[in-house]
Every structure is written in structure tokens, then in C-alpha cells.
Design a protein around this ligand. Structure first.
Ligand code: MN
Length: 206
């Protein structure tokens, strides 16, 4: 199986002014492409293992990854999965905040939309070094916030992501320099709630 990056659902400049054009282009064309290239390179020769498996299938069962490439596949495969997910939940949306079932789930778990934003932001700002902050659905179908190191993915610990903030410096440094908190504050203008609601509803209907 050959793994690929997602088609970007928006143009490089459409996340301005909160995420600058150059950052989006380099993040997608260079950083994500490098994870894709490395993943395919490390899995070259393991066609029997990758046959009919999406990157999601592989990361959900990391114990089953051939031992000699396991770390490389977790790191680069996580880089592919996490970024493909991330780029798909950004962009233009008809609504500024979630509604319907998702808003109900958020209120049950956090009390309010603002409390949820605070919890995800706090995890993003508090993540030491490179990593991600996530809003996920757990096995009880409740929403919760986690952060992960490096390119570790929530799907490897049985959690289903519905929202993510990339806090690697490559995600914000050109515009925000060391001010991760400013980037995290502004990214709330960029989430595509139509898309995030769709992902959430797809998870809770089972
Ligand atoms: Mn990134």
C-alpha cells in the first residue's frame, strides 16, 4: 500500500490572518510530504503487512507493526494521519461555534463551549515540546481532552479524535515565533465546525 497526503480542502492563503500563507504551504507541502515519503520508504518491502490497511488501521494496532520498523511507522505514520486529520478540520465553515449533538456532548463533558476551548487550549499550551492537543471521543462515547507527544496519535490508545491543535513549532513559528499561546488563541477562528460535527456524529451513531 502507498500512503498519501490528504487533498487540502482550502487554498494556502485562506486561513489568513490567523495562519499565514507561507506556514500553510510549507506545513502541507514540505512537513506533511516528508512524513508521507518516510512512511512509504520504511514500509517498502512490507507489502504483505500493509495490504488493504489504511494508515488508521495500522496505528490502531501498533503492536502488530513489524518490530524493526515499529518506531519509524508510529512516528511517520502518526505524522501522516495526524496532519491529514488536522488539515481536514480547518477552513471555512458556515458556523462560528458547534451546534446540535456536538454542542450537547460538549456541554455534558465541559459545561460550555468556552470551557471546552479553555481545556483544549490549556493542553496545547501546556504540552512540553512538540506534540498535539486533542478533543477526542472515548470508549464511553464521552468527549475528553488529551495531549500527545511528538506524532503519537489518539487512535493508538483507543480514542477517536474530532479536533486537533498541532503545537509543533513548524505549525506557527514563522508568524507567532515563541508565542504559542497567541497561535492557540487564534486557531479557534479556523475550525470547520460543519466538518467536526460530521466526524462526531459519525462516531456517536455506533
Ligand atoms: Mn505539523
Amino acid at each position: 500500500m502507498i500512503y498519501e497526503k490528504t487533498k487540502l480542502p482550502f487554498s494556502y492563503d485562506s486561513l489568513e490572518p490567523y495562519m499565514d500563507t507561507l506556514t500553510v504551504e510549507i506545513h502541507y507541502e514540505k512537513h506533511l510530504q516528508t512524513y508521507v515519503n518516510n512512511l512509504n520508504r520504511f514500509l517498502n518491502g512490507y507489502e504483505e503487512f500493509t495490504k488493504n490497511k489504511s494508515i488508521e488501521d495500522i496505528l490502531k494496532d501498533v503492536e502488530n507493526i513489524p518490530k524493526e520498523v515499529r518506531t519509524q511507522v508510529i512516528n511517520n505514520g502518526g505524522g501522516v494521519y495526524n496532519h491529514n486529520f488536522f488539515f481536514n478540520i480547518l477552513g471555512e465553515s458556515k458556523k462560528r461555534e458547534p451546534q446540535g449533538k456536538l454542542l450537547k456532548g460538549i456541554k455534558e463533558a465541559f459545561g460550555s463551549y468556552n470551557n471546552m476551548c479553555e481545556a483544549v487550549s490549556k493542553a496545547a499550551i501546556g504540552q512540553f515540546g512538540s506534540g498535539w492537543s486533542w478533543l477526542v471521543v472515548n470508549d464511553k462515547l464521552q468527549l475528553q481532552v488529551i495531549s500527545t507527544d511528538n506524532q503519537d496519535s489518539p487512535i493508538s490508545i483507543g480514542l477517536k479524535p474530532i479536533l486537533a491543535i498541532d503545537v509543533w513549532e513548524h505549525a506557527y513559528y514563522l508568524k507567532y515565533k515563541n508565542l504559542r499561546n497567541e497561535y492557540v488563541k487564534n486557531i479557534w477562528n479556523l475550525f470547520n465546525w460543519d466538518k467536526i460535527e460530521e466526524i462526531y456524529e459519525g462516531i456517536i451513531k455506533y
